[in-house]
Write a protein that binds this ligand. Structure first.
Ligand SMILES: CC(C)(COP(=O)(O)OP(=O)(O)OC[C@H]1O[C@@H](n2cnc3c(N)ncnc32)[C@H](O)[C@@H]1OP(=O)(O)O)[C@@H](O)C(=O)NCCC(=O)NCCS
Length: 148
């Protein structure tokens, strides 16, 4: 069974040396550590027994909540862990009473785009050549306030 908990610095110590090899090569340990120390950010981990199998985070901005990353351990993908993490981030974002949750994703990252779409995110814009001056970013948003 997978449990979702707040990410601690001890959790960071457990994954920092395998972060880029076993989780996500684009997410450097120094960036994750500074995110954990940022009081506007909130990070969660997915654990099976005591093994960390995924993590994800948000940053709370004046107008909305942004997802900074969501990562499943490479050997654990396609088992529903990303969806569990995303559902928890949405729940946390709703509690802040902001209007929406949003994110940027590489237009070539089909697994992530599909994950966000299954949870009700919509494509609302594009940032051209956002990644490495080459790939476009898609901006996706899920609004919480539905007016009838
Ligand atoms: C994106 C990511 C977090 C998905 O994690 P996961 O645990 O494998 O996802 P889940 O098993 O919960 O899948 C949920 C949905 O995502 C989509 N999805 C996940 N992997 C997919 C793949 N390889 N191809 C297409 N769609 C995929 C599907 O819609 C899936 O629903 P389904 O299983 O009913 O088809 C994972 O691929 C990852 O860590 N990628 C590297 C980091 C990254 O790019 N993060 C996003 C940054 S914006």
């Amino acid at each position: 069974m997978i449990k979702i908990e707040e990410m601690t610095l001890q959790d960071f110590e457990k994954i920092k040396d395998i972060l880029q090899h076993e989780f996500d090569e684009f997410w450097k340990p120094s960036i994750l550590k500074s995110e954990l120390e940022n009081e506007l950010s909130k990070y969660i981990v997915a654990k099976r027994n005591e093994e960390i199998v995924g993590f994800a985070g948000i940053i709370i901005l004046p107008d909305d909540v942004e997802i900074t990353n969501i990562v499943t351990k490479k050997s654990e993908r396609k088992k529903g862990i990303g969806k569990l993490l995303l559902d928890k981030l949405i729940e946390m974002a709703k509690q802040t009473e902001k209007e929406c949750i949003s994110l940027e994703v590489n237009e070539k990252n089909i697994p992530a785009i599909n994950l966000y779409k299954t949870s009700g995110f919509e494509e609302v814009g594009i940032r051209k050549k956002y990644y490495n001056g080459i790939d476009n970013a898609i901006i996706m948003t899920k609004n919480f306030n539905i007016h009838f």
